[in-house]
Design a protein around this ligand. Structure first.
Ligand SMILES: [Zn+2]
Length: 174
């Protein structure tokens, strides 16, 4: 692999490791009208890095917005990740949020005669089963909030991502 590539030159033609790579190269030449030189690639990488930074910032905004619009009763608990400094504290926070949210759940009277079921107090989801209303209390809702279901709670996911980011940043700064 890589035989025929010339270090420091712009002729990478024979160094392609796959047909896909060769096609991408051809596409680049077709679009730009010239072969990629090191400067083009550096500029392109810088552009992509800037774009990635922007997308990450926007994603963070969307997540904050999602968490900020969760029900008031869950707000204090949800926002508590700000005081977490370690992963242990983060997991502790997560467990406490799930406990609080389960405590906020309102059983749906018509859902079942033999068990308590409720919609998610954070996002209002009633589950995706055609045969049942809401999530079984407390275990079913707990699994949903823990992200153990195919379609997890997007509010909880947003809070969890923000929280991990906060702690991850502080640990790498230290
Ligand atoms: Zn939810």
């Amino acid at each position: 692999m890589g035989r025929g590539g010339q270090k420091g030159g712009v002729r990478f033609r024979r160094a392609f490791e796959s047909k896909r790579q060769a096609d991408q190269y051809e596409a680049y030449v077709k679009i730009t009208g010239h072969e990629p030189g090191a400067e083009d690639l550096t500029a392109e990488i810088d552009r992509l890095k800037a774009e990635l930074r922007q997308v990450k910032a926007e994603l963070r905004q969307v997540r904050r917005h999602t968490v900020d619009h969760a029900p008031t009763a869950a707000q204090e608990s949800l926002q508590g990740y700000w005081s977490c400094n370690t992963w242990d504290e983060l997991w502790e926070w997560r467990r406490s949020v799930i406990k609080v949210v389960i405590g906020l759940a309102q059983p749906i009277p018509e859902a079942s005669d033999f068990e308590e079921r409720a919609n998610c107090p954070l996002c209002g989801s009633g589950g995706h089963s055609p045969h049942a209303l809401g999530y079984k209390l407390p275990g079913g809702l707990k699994l949903y909030l823990e992200g153990e279901r195919a379609r997890p709670c997007h509010v909880m996911e947003a809070a969890w991502c923000l929280a991990r980011e906060t702690v991850g940043k502080e640990e790498s700064d230290a």
